[in-house]
Design a protein around this ligand. Structure first.
Ligand SMILES: [Zn+2]
Length: 462
């Protein structure tokens, strides 16, 4: 087994049960898993490879719990810049309908490259459009080439405009095919073991784009195979009204009816949930992918994340699709989570001079959501912290940079309070994805050129 010794970090953030932060810390890694964590002086001194991280802070790799990689092709589209969710979708659906398999592959590489450079080691993606022969295989291949762990969600839309749904009929699929393809993908790719590089998730897009029957059947198929379930839920007020009018229930109650509540389910957004609904999440182990930038971009609202944490809800972080963010900077997203939680606290009357006011989200809480929280949302006990037996997924950031000047009395807080930076090292399963600030597994200038060409073609068709 290949071994890697990581030594001499200025500070190593473990996120272990005691939340230890170890000055002059290091890791000893074998076969892609962590064997020892501690002071550099206490680790084995010999390994196949040694990485000296003097001057760096090291922390667990960040984990993204919600994305739509393909949307990197449609960032900042003029007609969708200032629209709310439903109008934004109606503008973009016809453009997305022109995508081809190579567009899925290129856009997945772009999103994953951006994520990896921002400190992400595991990403979940939700692909729910398969036009012109595209398939989930295209993005799985991209992730395998790049070396980032992927939770690939087989999304779906079956309720077209003619049946009262939101998407045009041209981008929906038959429910029979959706279920058959879901089963094929699970059997071909899903790895349930610790250290898995690819897991499959079943993910009908949202209550307003599939039938209740497809939701039910997806849940029973997922449970037959032990894979997770994911969808968008309670994102906007419009959705709440839509669900009440069409189904006679609020979104969470509708999910309960469809057997879509449990520890194997996580919902993107959950902005518009009440105390009872959050309590239900907590009691049943339902997870939430918090996507603060997207919620601000689409004027959806501010998710009650501090309430969720207080009630013991599993909360992870997501950058969401690049047409509603429009960037995949996961460390930057942790900063957004902290800041917008403070906006909400302010709106609820919290003030720093009021000692009985609820506490503000801290930088360390934001990082915990992006690591431990996201790992628990994805059902990954082998990720999220740096402890013996866990995957060797970590990032390191140099501290002698301009943006951190004057903040080195608390380098952990600097990561979140100061302007978001790129990772100098991103390591997944003991293998380098980013080294000295450069991606090692792909030719970035060539990818950017290919990506811009693909985006121009799509927008040209439109
Ligand atoms: Zn989304």
């Amino acid at each position: 087994m290949t071994s890697l010794l990581v030594k001499n970090t200025t500070l190593l953030v473990t996120m272990d049960a005691d939340r230890r932060e170890i000055p002059d810390g290091g890791l000893f890694i074998q076969g892609g898993f962590i064997r020892q964590v501690g002071l550099t002086a206490e680790l084995p001194q010999e390994a196949d490879e040694t990485l000296d991280l003097q001057g760096c802070i090291l922390l667990p790799g960040l984990i993204n719990t919600h994305h739509h990689f393909y949307q990197t092709l449609t960032r900042a589209v003029p007609a969708a810049q200032d629209a709310n969710l439903f109008n934004w979708l109606k503008t973009l659906y016809p453009i997305w309908a022109c995508m081809r398999p190579e567009d899925i592959r290129i856009s997945s590489q772009t999103a994953l490259a951006e994520l990896a450079l921002s400190g992400c080691t595991t990403a979940s993606d939700h692909l729910y459009l398969f036009p012109n022969g595209s398939s989930l295989d295209d993005e799985i291949q991209a992730a395998q080439e790049l070396g980032v762990r992927l939770h690939a969600s087989r999304g779906s839309m079956s309720l077209g405009e003619s049946k009262g749904g939101l998407p045009p009929d041209s981008v929906v699929e038959s429910e029979d095919f959706i279920l058959k393809d879901s089963q094929r993908l699970i059997e071909q790719y899903h790895d349930p073991n610790p250290g898995a590089m690819v897991q499959i998730v079943l993910a009908p897009c949202s209550p307003f784009s599939v039938t209740g029957e497809l939701m039910r059947q997806s849940a029973s198929l997922a449970r037959e195979y032990g894979v997770q379930l994911h969808t968008h839920l309670a994102e906007t007020k419009d959705e709440e009204v839509f669900c009440q009018q069409l189904f006679g229930h609020r979104p969470v109650a509708y999910m309960e009816l469809l057997n879509w509540i449990g520890p194997d389910v996580w919902f993107a957004h959950s902005v518009h949930v009440n105390q009872d609904e959050m309590r239900l999440y907590s009691q049943t182990g339902c997870g939430v992918a918090h996507c603060p930038s997207s919620n601000m971009r689409l004027a959806s609202g501010i998710a009650p994340v501090m309430d969720m944490l207080r009630l013991g809800v599993k909360v992870g972080l997501g950058v969401d699709g690049s047409a509603s963010n429009d960037g995949s900077h996961l460390l930057g997203e942790a900063r957004q989570a902290m800041l917008v939680a403070r906006v909400r606290a302010g709106l609820e009357g919290a003030s720093l001079s009021n000692e009985s006011a609820p506490p503000l989200m801290t930088a360390r809480q934001a990082l915990e959501i992006a690591t431990l929280g996201s790992a628990s949302v994805l059902g990954r006990a082998d990720l999220g912290s740096l402890e013996p037996g866990k995957c060797a997924d970590f990032i390191a950031i140099r501290l002698d940079r301009l943006g951190y000047a004057g903040a080195l009395h608390d380098p952990v807080a600097a990561l979140v309070f100061c302007a978001p930076v790129q990772a100098d090292f991103t390591i997944v399963g003991g293998k380098f994805v980013v080294k000295d600030g450069q991606l090692v597994t792909l030719d970035l200038p060539r990818l950017v050129e290919q990506h811009n060409r693909a985006a121009k073609r799509l927008l040209g068709n439109w």
